[in-house]
Design a protein around this ligand. Structure first.
Ligand code: IMP
Ligand code: MG
Length: 197
C-alpha cells in the first residue's frame, strides 16, 4: 500500500509500545479485575491490541461521544451518543483513548464516569499532544508524546478515512504554527461542525 503522509510512529514501534503498556497495566492491576472503556471509534484498534497484552481478567465496553467545534478544535461541549451497557460502580475502570489533544473531551469523560462511583478511574492514551493541552489531566499511561500536528492511522481518522493504516502519519505540512493543520480541516469540512471522536 502507498505510504500516506509523513510517518510519525512506525507500526513496529506502536506494537512494541502497546505490549509495554499492557505489561505495565497488568502489573498495576494484579489481583484485580479491569474494566476497559474504549472511546469510539478511534480507540478501537488500540483497545483491541492493548487488551491482548493484558494478563489480568478484563472486560471491555465502549462509549461514543461527539464534541462540538471545528474538526481541529474541540469545544469541550460533549454529547454522549452511545453509553456503556452496564454499571461501573465499584469497578476498576481504565479509559482508553486514541489521542488527547486539548483534553476537553477526556475532561468531560472523567467527570461523567467519576460520578458513577467506580472504585478507581485511570486513563491510558496512545498519543498525547502536550503543547495543545488546555486542561491539566491525570493521564496514567501514555504511549507517545507527539508534536502538534494532525495525525491519522491506527484508528485516527480524517473525515472517517485512514483509520486502517498500521502506522501513525501526519498529514499537515510541518509548520509548527498550526496553519497546515487548519488547512486540512477547512478544505474538507468547510468550517465549524460536529465531529465524532
Ligand atoms: P480533544 O478534546 O481536543 O482532546 O480532542 C479529542 C478528539 O479529537 C480525539 O479523541 C480525536 O478523535 C480528535 N483528534 C484530536 N487530534 C487529532 C488528530 O491529530 N488526528 C485525528 N483526530 C484527532
Ligand atoms: Mg476522530
Amino acid at each position: 500500500m502507498e505510504r500516506v503522509g509523513e510517518t510519525v510512529v512506525e507500526a513496529a514501534a506502536l506494537q512494541r509500545r502497546v505490549a509495554e503498556l499492557g505489561a505495565e497495566v497488568s502489573r498495576d492491576y494484579a489481583g484485580r479485575d479491569l474494566f476497559m472503556m474504549g472511546v469510539l471509534k478511534g480507540a478501537v484498534f488500540f483497545v483491541a491490541d492493548l487488551m491482548r497484552n493484558i494478563e489480568v481478567p478484563c472486560e471491555v465496553d465502549f462509549m461514543a461521544v461527539s464534541s462540538y467545534g471545528s474538526m481541529t478544535d474541540s469545544s469541550g461541549v460533549v454529547r454522549i451518543q452511545k453509553d456503556l451497557d452496564s454499571s461501573i460502580e465499584g469497578k476498576d475502570v481504565l479509559i482508553v483513548e486514541d489521542i488527547v489533544d486539548s483534553g476537553l473531551t477526556l475532561n468531560y469523560l472523567l467527570r461523567n464516569l467519576r460520578a458513577r462511583s467506580p472504585r478507581s478511574l485511570e486513563v491510558c492514551a496512545l498519543l498525547v499532544k502536550p503543547g495543545r493541552r488546555k486542561i491539566e489531566l491525570p493521564i496514567r499511561y501514555v504511549g507517545f508524546e507527539i508534536p502538534n500536528r494532525f495525525v491519522v492511522g491506527y484508528g485516527l481518522d480524517l473525515d472517517q478515512r485512514f483509520r486502517n493504516l498500521s502506522y501513525v502519519a501526519a498529514l499537515d505540512a510541518e509548520s509548527g504554527s498550526g496553519d497546515g493543520l487548519h488547512a486540512v480541516g477547512d478544505a474538507t469540512r468547510g468550517g465549524p461542525g460536529r465531529n465524532a471522536a
